[in-house]
Every structure is written in structure tokens, then in C-alpha cells.
Design a protein around this ligand. Structure first.
Ligand code: DP6
Length: 340
């Protein structure tokens, strides 16, 4: 039987909520889709939600608003960026049976153009704030499925700590789940910023090119094994095993990117220099492993005892603009409005 829905009364001034979410770093990557329309990933991926790069988003659905208005870090979104958010709000509106357009105000605690992708934290915060504003009664798993429709990696940012995103045959099967909370293991992610430029080919376009690489299928098959190794490494807190699996998949993903048509080469000379530096540090006995997303910046995974030394070492390399030190952080949460 259809559930009875209570429509908001148009005499209400607005339906509003605020939520916060953190970015995440994938240890095994989401690259390529099994279903591009639904953003169902080609493979499972494992990530760490970060404490340092967070987005706070307020969504206010208003009865007499003619269209969605979206502001990110004080800038009004237009064109495809606005459409993408508006389309995501449509999914929430359809669920709730509420047609009202929304005013969205989103802020990142890291500077826009810092070379850190905000789509994961952004769509996780947007999904939770929108659902809360509309009074949708969704489980965290349902929220992760919805967030995935906005940005694949956003599904993982719904949860804190160490997270697994499943691929699946149907929309509802491709959900994220928490493996361990943020306190399970104090690993560090040093984000080494070598470029703040907007990437030439955004991830959304890159995913569509993955199947043009002869290596894509081989990578998807290999990631299944790497995920098994990662789950085992997490359970045993075996940092070397975690690092080796993460590095291998980062290199596999970039091999797929480089051999796509057209070829995607996200690396800069500084990226390669950082890879070599991490390898050299490791040869000296320092537990450091790299991973790289769809851009030139390098994430260096390490353990707390080595973080300060490593941060200083990496900061001193030519072309390094900043090193941001992150640790596992909490999942997305609703923030009460002042006075409520
Ligand atoms: C390389 O989640 O940014 O960071 O769904 O198009 O928003 P869209 O893609 P996105 O892709 C993530 C790509 C990656 C790897 C990862 O985070 O798993």
C-alpha cells in the first residue's frame, strides 16, 4: 500500500536543514561505470573519510521560489554545474512529493581551487541536508545510494572512517557501508598540493572513457583481489599491506586513464617526483605510500609517528605549494540551526 504522504503546507515559509560532510580518499578507486546513467561504479572501492576537508551545506526549499539557486563558497553556480545540483535536488523532491525549488548555500573549509575535489563532501552534505529538510525518512544506506547518484564518491562520504562502496546490478544494490569507525586506526593522509588548477577533464567525463582503455577490464578484475587484501589489511591494521594495495590501484587507474582514447594524463612532473620521493623514503624505512586521484596532487599515506617529519620533507620539494595533514574523520551529519 502507498504510504500516506503529508505534503508541506504552502503557508510554511520554507523547509530547511543544514548538514556537514567530509571528503574521502579512495584506497581502491571508483573509475568507470557499470551504469553511467545511475552512476553505478564498475568495481567496489574502499576509502577513508577525512576530517580536514569538509563541506557545510544548507538547503531551504521555498514555496514561491521560481528556480533553484546554488551558491558555493560565495559563488553562484550557473550552467552545467547548477544543472547537476538541480537534477540531484529533483531526485529528493520526487521522493518527498514536494515540488518546491531550493536555495542552497554550501561552504568548503578548504579554499576553492585548492586542488581538492569537493564533489564527494559536497554531494554527501547536499543529499543529507536536502533529505532532512524534506523530512525524508532514509537509512544511512539509502542516503549513500542517493548521494551516489550525485557523485559516485559521495556515497562513501555519508559514513565516517573506513568505508566500502559496492557496485551492484540495481540502483539500491550500489550502496556504501562503514567498515570501521574513524577511531579504528589512526592513519594519516598528507595531501601534497602541486597544482590548484581546475582539471581539464572532470571525473564525470573520465569515467565514460574508462572502457576505451584495453586495461580497464584487467583493472576491474584485479581490484577485486586488491579489495580482499585491503579488507584483510584493515582488519589486522597491517599498514604495509594497505599501502601496497592502495599504490597498486592508483597506478592501475592512471594506466587506464593514460591508455583511454583520448588519453588522460593527469600527472605533472612534480607528481612523478613525489612518487619517486615516497619510494625513496620507504627504502629508508619510513612507512609512506602514495595514491593519486584524477589530478596531479599526491596523497601520501603514513602513520602518526612519521607525519610531522614527512610533512616537512614533502613541503620542501620543488613545486610543492602546500601539504594538508588529514586523519580519519566522521561521517555526514545534520547540524542544528542556531536557536533550534
Ligand atoms: C579518481 O566521484 O568524482 O577520485 O561520480 O562523476 O562525481 P562523479 O565522479 P567522482 O569520481 C571519483 C574518481 C576518483 C576515485 C575515487 O574517489 O574513487
Amino acid at each position: 500500500m502507498e504510504a500516506i504522504r503529508v505534503y508541506p503546507d504552502s503557508s510554511m515559509s520554507e523547509l530547511r536543514a543544514t548538514a556537514e560532510a567530509g571528503a574521502n580518499i579512495a584506497l581502491t578507486k571508483y573509475w568507470g561505470n557499470a551504469d553511467p546513467d545511475l552512476r553505478i561504479p564498475a568495481n567496489d572501492s574502499v576509502s577513508i573519510t577525512l576530517d580536514c576537508t569538509r563541506t557545510v551545506t544548507t538547503v531551504a526549499f521555498q514555496p514561491d521560489r521560481p528556480e533553484d539557486e546554488i551558491t558555493v563558497d560565495g559563488r553562484l553556480l550557473t550552467g552545467p554545474a547548477r544543472e547537476r545540483v538541480s537534477h540531484h535536488l529533483d531526485l529528493l523532491r520526487e521522493r518527498a512529493g514536494v515540488p518546491w525549488r531550493a536555495r542552497v548555500v554550501s561552504r568548503n573549509n578548504f579554499p576553492a581551487g585548492a586542488g581538492i575535489a569537493a564533489s564527494a563532501s559536497g554531494f554527501a552534505a547536499l543529499t543529507l541536508a536536502g533529505a532532512a529538510a524534506l523530512g525524508l525518512d532514509l537509512s544511512p544506506r539509502d542516503l549513500s545510494v542517493l548521494a551516489r547518484r550525485g557523485s559516485g564518491s559521495a556515497a562513501r562520504s555519508i559514513f565516517g572512517g573506513f568505508v566500502l562502496l559496492h557496485t551492484g546490478a540495481r540502483d539500491e544494490d550500489a550502496f556504501a557501508e562503514p567498515l570501521y569507525g574513524p577511531d579504528w586506526w589512526d592513519v594519516r593522509d598528507l595531501i601534497v598540493v602541486v597544482s590548484r588548477a581546475e582539471k581539464a577533464v572532470p571525473s564525470s567525463e573520465g569515467h565514460l572513457l574508462a572502457p576505451t582503455s584495453a586495461l580497464h577490464r584487467a583493472r576491474v578484475a584485479r581490484v577485486a583481489e586488491l579489495n580482499r587484501q585491503l579488507l584483510d589489511a584493515l582488519a589486522r591494521r597491517d599498514f604495509a599491506a594497505l599501502g601496497h594495495a592502495a599504490e597498486e590501484d592508483a597506478l592501475l587507474m592512471h594506466a587506464v586513464m593514460m591508455t583511454s582514447r583520448p588519453s588522460l594524463i593527469y600527472w605533472l612532473p612534480e607528481t612523478v617526483a613525489l612518487i619517486r620521493r615516497v619510494q625513496a623514503l620507504r627504502a629508508e624505512g619510513i612507512p609512506a605510500y602514495f595514491t593519486i586521484d584524477a589530478g596531479p596532487n599526491v596523497h601520501v599515506l603514513t602513520l602518526p609517528a612519521y607525519a610531522d617529519h614527512l610533512q616537512a620533507d614533502l613541503r620542501a620539494l620543488p613545486g610543492v605549494q602546500a601539504v594538508i595533514s588529514c586523519r580519519p574523520g566522521p561521517g555526514a551529519s545534520v547540524i542544528p540551526h542556531p536557536g533550534e
